[in-house]
Design a protein around this ligand. Structure first.
Ligand SMILES: [Zn+2]
Length: 387
């Protein structure tokens, strides 16, 4: 039977850490409402103690949506107090608290020891539990942590009541099979692991974020932490739309989400516009060229049967249709297809004549749009049009 994966969206927290992309509280509420409509299970709204703006955003998002709302904290009393206050109106609130788990972080960030980190982690989870909200613990830099220590830490915070344990690859260091094995190791070595939900949170420094997330889910994690368009610190977080469509496309994984995939393109555009952060044209799923076919061989194959070159129906992600980009590399089939859409029905010799003129124009103009075709037809005297 297919298992449900919880989608934890951190566009408004980790995603919003992108320099120059800060949003107002009103803008965050607009995005949060859309995320709820999209079907995400929990929205991380901010890091309340970090600024009055973040505090207010968590308050307003909590009022605006019925879905879960999460607030980030360090493992400090004041952070947890402020987060709990910000979540006061949440229908389902969650505190996301944690501490570094790799020796690099323990020594060089906290100037601490494994024992002290463990103690503080347990204290923070127990303290957050008293606030009457769900508690998620993050073991920062778990991707580089000593595995045996990580397992002890996870076991201890589950005993302290952690409802969810996040095993982040904070630095984007892991390879998919090793990250998957890390999660598998926890399932094999943490005896109370069935009392929690394991969550995966990956970064894209080596371009592995989605692959690592999927590897973690295949190893038993049941929550994925993602952002729209994969935005986030440095090279970004795992992209929500990629994870949703990997699971939808590969039904054999027996994992599913509640994401309404037909809204993905709309959300991508909304976040891109509000954050003034363009989506790269070749971005998987939502990039401008994700369903555009340019080479002649591909266009011909695509026009015979879209499945020849498309594994996703564009309508499934809310893109109205695939596009055939006419360039000097396009063949007669693509030109004929576009002419027919414009109402022209050239016969073979007419098409030959048009195609010759088309290639000359395409060499000059690179991309040919519909207006160019109309002019091309008008300037090709032997053509009998049937418009
Ligand atoms: Zn992160």
């Amino acid at each position: 039977m297919s298992r449900k994966i919880e989608i934890f969206d951190t566009t408004l927290r980790d995603g919003e850490q992108v320099p120059g992309c800060q949003l107002s509280t009103d803008e965050k509420v607009v995005i949060a409402r859309k995320l709820e409509e999209l079907g995400v299970d929990i929205i991380e709204g901010g890091f309340p103690i970090s600024s009055p703006g973040d505090f207010l955003s968590v308050v307003e998002i909590s009022k605006a949506v019925k879905t879960g709302v999460c607030a980030l904290t360090r493992s400090k009393k004041e952070d947890i107090d402020v987060a709990a206050e910000a979540l006061h109106h949440a229908k389902r609130g969650r505190i996301h608290t944690g501490i570094g788990s790799s020796d690099i972080h323990i020594k060089h960030k906290f100037n601490s020891t494994r024992e002290k980190v463990m103690e503080q982690a347990v204290w923070a989870v127990s303290y957050a539990k008293k606030k009457g909200v769900e508690v998620e613990f993050f073991a920062e830099d778990a991707g580089r942590a000593d595995l045996a220590f990580l397992a002890q830490l996870v076991e201890a915070v589950i005993d302290a009541g952690a409802d969810v344990v996040n095993v982040p690859d904070t630095t984007g260091y892991c390879l998919p099979h090793l990250y998957g094995r890390r999660i598998q190791y926890l399932f094999e070595n943490v005896k109370n692991i069935d009392k929690t939900t394991i969550s995966v949170h990956c970064h894209n420094d080596l371009g592995m974020a989605t692959a690592n997330t999927i590897a973690g889910l295949m190893s038993g994690a049941r929550q994925a932490e993602v952002t729209i368009n994969g935005i986030g610190e440095r090279a970004g977080n795992t992209s929500l739309e990629e994870v949703a469509m990997v699971l939808k496309t590969h039904k054999d994984l027996n994992l599913h989400t509640n994401i309404k995939s037909e809204m993905l393109y709309e959300l991508s555009t909304l976040v891109s516009e509000m954050m003034r952060m363009p989506v790269q044209p070749n971005k998987a799923i939502v990039g401008a060229n994700a369903f555009a076919h340019s080479s002649g061989i591909h266009q011909d194959g695509f026009l015979k049967n879209s499945e020849n070159y498309e594994i996703i129906n564009p309508a499934d992600v809310g893109v109205p249709s695939s596009s055939i980009i006419l360039t000097a590399r396009s063949g007669r089939a693509a030109l004929k297809h576009r002419l027919e859409l414009l109402g022209y029905q050239p016969n073979k010799s007419e098409l030959d004549q048009l195609y010759g003129n088309f290639l000359i124009l395409a060499d000059e103009k690179k991309t040919i749009v519909d207006d160019d075709l109309i002019v091309l037809v008008a300037n090709t005297p032997i053509l009998v049009t049937h418009k």
